[in-house]
Design a protein around this ligand. Structure first.
Ligand code: CA
Length: 508
């Protein structure tokens, strides 16, 4: 009996097969990553503000990870961690300003040398050229939503249309006819959406016109029990979101053609007029901004979900579905008004949490949910493991393939290490590191602040009550401080190293 027939016949019983048999199969990997897609805006994570039927389909036919975290919650650093399986202080991309050293070992390079055909489409954002890919077509920098420039293997050209659709077309072409059918493939599709400044496709500009969004209960957070870091950021919907660009009261982007411009005007013209007439201020203005923010953010998400749906259909139609591990994630989470914010960066839950759903027919039990702590640091070892390859020693992550396959792993790590560096910079989120366990989170802010925060996520899931220094938590605090030191030693990081980076970055 051939392996594929055996797997088909065996069905769920195949979950018990030894790992070596998975390596024989050498799955294709379709890795779809959005930029800034909060799990609060994913249906299968209980999102109450929108629907994501295609992403939910992956979870329904596969597995949803409920505790996947990002080690350094901004774009370029998360991407570098995913590629290298190493923390930011070792892969070099601590913030968005640094260029990625593409000579490093990455999992696409290792898969390529193991016989995979590798392709990258979409946002790269690492300043240097993409390495490790047989094919790459990337957006320059952050890229544009409408009529974007694309760099194909070094050559730049402008494509008419909407970025999410263009990238989906390229991915579909690769799956249908653009690849070497004799090899397994790794296709990384990195969407620009739903990154700021949230420009939906023409067909989605009015999608949420009549929607009422429940406001997060922390929208008016006064940061009363926190360190100064929360109060001194610059990422509030109330004060830092711009009316002209973010909320589209200004003119349309210059890149739009006449038809796109007309659609833009039909959608935003009446909103602009209504805003002028209303003369909003204070809390009315905040409510208006929050609603307008979500309308455009979720409009962008709608096209991403359609993209996922189209590619799942292409996998079905090409007969690739059964041999393909499908992954949907985001480079980190995002605030959708929680604590009054948009953006990410902070180690608080909404930003820390990455949506992660995966499907591998015949191997991953449909409708599985896993709550073990995994992170973007683990992606590279996991994909290598799925391809039957070990991880090289410098990779710090750990393969969660066994969890994917429904096994429980004795001694699986119960804590997670975070370190954010980009400060002073846009949004002014101060430098911090910390540890999160299943129940608690300890955060250490440093540089121009000397502060700690401790949250009991079971008693206080919205993280509104910092209990650092509270006598009731003295044992917890000591344990977490020890765990933080242990993790820093394990990952070869330290506050002293962090202070050296401060000096290198700021000259002080
Ligand atoms: Ca991002």
């Amino acid at each position: 009996m051939r392996r594929r027939e055996f797997v088909k016949t065996a069905g769920l019983a195949s979950l018990a097969l030894p790992f070596a048999s998975l390596a024989d199969r050498r799955p294709n990997i379709l890795f779809i990553m959005a930029d800034d897609h909060a799990s609060q805006a994913v249906g299968c994570y209980g999102g109450r503000v929108n629907r994501t039927p295609a992403i939910d389909r992956i979870a329904r036919e596969g597995i949803r990870f409920d505790s996947c975290f990002c080690t350094n919650g901004i774009c370029a650093p998360s991407r570098a961690v995913i590629l290298t399986g190493k923390h930011s202080h070792l892969n070099g991309v601590r913030d968005n300003a640094v260029a990625f050293d593409g000579s490093q070992t990455t999992f696409p390079k290792l898969l390529r040398s193991a016989g995979y055909e590798t392709a990258l489409l979409g946002k790269w954002h690492l300043k240097s050229d993409a390495t490790g890919f047989d094919h790459w077509t990337i957006l320059p920098g952050q890229g544009e939503y409408y009529n974007p420039d694309l760099i194909e293997m070094g050559r730049t050209s402008r494509r008419p249309g909407y970025v999410t659709d263009i990238l989906t077309d390229l991915a579909a072409d690769f799956l249908r006819s653009g690849r070497d059918a004799s090899k397994p493939f790794l296709l990384m599709l990195h969407h620009k959406a739903p990154h700021r400044n949230w420009q939906p496709a023409e067909r989605h500009l009015a999608l949420f016109d009549n929607a009422i969004f429940p406001e997060p209960s922390t929208l008016r957070d006064d940061y009363a029990t926190r360190s100064q870091a929360a109060a001194e950021q610059e990422m509030t919907i109330r004060d830092d979101m711009t009316l002209e660009s973010d909320l589209k009261l200004g003119p349309p982007p210059e890149r739009l053609d006449a038809a796109q411009r007309a659609a833009w005007e039909r959608a935003y013209g009446p909103k602009r007029e209504a805003f002028r007439k209303a003369g909003l201020s204070g809390d009315d203005l905040l409510r208006w901004k929050y609603r307008r923010y979500l309308q455009d953010y979720l409009g962008c998400v709608a096209a991403v979900d359609e993209s996922v749906g189209r590619l799942l259909d292409v996998l079905d139609e090409t007969g690739l579905a059964e041999d393909t591990l499908v992954v949907y994630t985001s480079d980190q989470g995002f605030f959708l008004g929680e604590h009054g914010w948009f953006d990410k960066r902070f180690m608080y839950e909404e930003s820390l949490r990455m949506p992660l759903v995966m499907r591998f027919p015949g191997r991953v039990r449909p409708g599985s949910v896993n709550t073990d702590i995994v992170s973007n640091l683990d992606f590279a070892p996991t994909f290598l493991d799925a391809a039957g390859r070990g991880k090289p020693a410098p990779m710090q992550g750990r393969s969660f393939l066994p969890l994917l396959l429904g096994r429980t792993v004795a001694g699986w790590p119960e804590s997670f290490y975070y370190h954010y560096y980009e400060y002073p910079a846009v949004h002014m989120a101060k430098r911090h590191f910390g540890v999160r366990t299943k129940r608690y989170k300890l955060i250490r802010f440093y540089h121009d602040i000397d502060a700690w925060e401790l949250y009991d996520l079971e008693a206080d899931p919205l993280e509104t009550r910092n209990v650092y220094g509270d006598p009731a938590y003295v044992d917890v605090q000591c344990d977490l401080e020890a765990e933080l030191r242990r993790l820093q030693a394990f990952y070869r990081d330290s506050e002293e190293l962090a202070r050296r980076f401060v000096r290198a970055d700021t000259g002080k």
